[in-house]
Design a protein around this ligand. Structure first.
Ligand SMILES: Nc1ncnc2c1ncn2[C@@H]1O[C@H](COP(=O)(O)OP(=O)(O)OP(=O)(O)O)[C@@H](O)[C@H]1O
Length: 287
């Protein structure tokens, strides 16, 4: 388990970024963090991978407080991978293959084993065709997918991603979220930040909402989005599919109990309106 306990952090200059935050990430979980600009989401991710150190409180991996010396951080980063929001902060090698290989080789993997993990990561991000391209000649969305592949290739137990879907086209978002769903299914925990409420609802098992440096709520998506007063207080709206399902329930078009649809595809299946074409569209958009 990766956890942060009662942590405060202020940036140099005294800007209080987070205060009293606590969160535990269990293997296999898919957690989405929502919240307005400047609420402290990125700060949480950088605290969790040891880039910055809490002023108060602690970060723990499997019950042990992390150490900030070279060996301690190396141990942490073998298990906790962070994909930065801006791919240009992460990419530096000449070609895509070299860039994605850097992490696995740096972890000490033999070249053959590293190549296997790199190939799997390129396939998961659907960028096999970019393998030999120079990274600086790629589009922003392509560089973003390469940056994600570089961390995925290290096969961390905890994968942290800062706004991974920002700047990707809808088809790439769909494939990214499907890939992250498969990765989480292999006992890796995934924690991502996003401003896309609909995507978070379709993908996450758990939603955490930040407000002004604090965790305002943390729980199952159904519980969080059912709390109108909470959402109003946080200036958030419920996901569109959730609102449609509520309206259909109220009109007797959906059973009063049972799981609610989370994605466009769920909703189409539930109302039995799946033509072959719609099925294909919905499958592409099932994030
Ligand atoms: N390097 C920095 N130096 C000083 N203050 C910073 C720095 N990075 C962030 N902050 C401040 O810390 C607070 C939290 O910022 P953070 O980047 O964690 O927010 P966020 O929720 O990720 O925002 P966004 O949704 O805009 O990415 C903000 O007030 C921000 O201005």
């Amino acid at each position: 388990m990766l956890e942060i306990v009662a942590a405060d952090y202020s940036y140099p200059g005294g800007i209080a970024a987070v205060s009293g935050i606590g969160l535990a990430l269990q293997p296999g979980e898919k957690v989405a963090i929502l919240g307005p600009n400047g609420a402290g989401k990125t700060t949480l991710l950088t605290l969790l991978n040891g880039t910055i150190r809490p002023d108060r409180g602690s970060v723990r991996l499997d019950g042990q407080e992390i150490r900030y010396d070279k060996a301690g951080l190396r141990h942490l980063r073998r298990q906790v991978g962070l994909v930065l929001q801006d791919p240009d902060d992460q990419l530096f090698a000449a070609s895509v293959f070299e860039d994605v290989s850097f992490g696995p080789l740096n972890l000490g993997l033999a070249p053959n084993a590293a190549r296997g993990q790199v190939d799997a990561a390129l396939a998961a991000m659907r960028i096999e065709d970019l393998r030999d391209r120079p990274t600086h000649m790629l589009s922003f969305g392509q560089r973003k997918r390469v940056a994600i592949a570089g961390i995925v290739a290290m096969q961390p137990r905890y994968l942290l991603l800062d706004e991974p879907s920002a700047g990707l086209d809808p088809f790439s978002v769909s494939h990214l979220m499907a890939a992250l769903r498969r990765i989480a299914g292999q006992e890796t925990a995934i924690l991502l930040t996003t401003h896309d409420i609909d995507m978070a609802y379709g993908w996450a098992d758990r939603i955490v909402i930040f407000g002004e440096g604090r965790i305002a709520c943390d729980g199952a998506p159904e519980d969080i989005f059912a709390d109108r007063a909470l959402l109003h207080r946080l200036h958030m709206r419920p996901p569109l599919i959730w609102e449609i399902a509520q309206a259909m329930r109220a009109a007797g078009m959906l059973p009063a109990t049972g799981p609610l649809p989370r994605t466009r595809r769920d909703l189409l299946q539930l109302i039995g309106h799946e033509t072959a074409t719609m099925d294909r569209i919905a499958a592409d958009l099932s994030v």
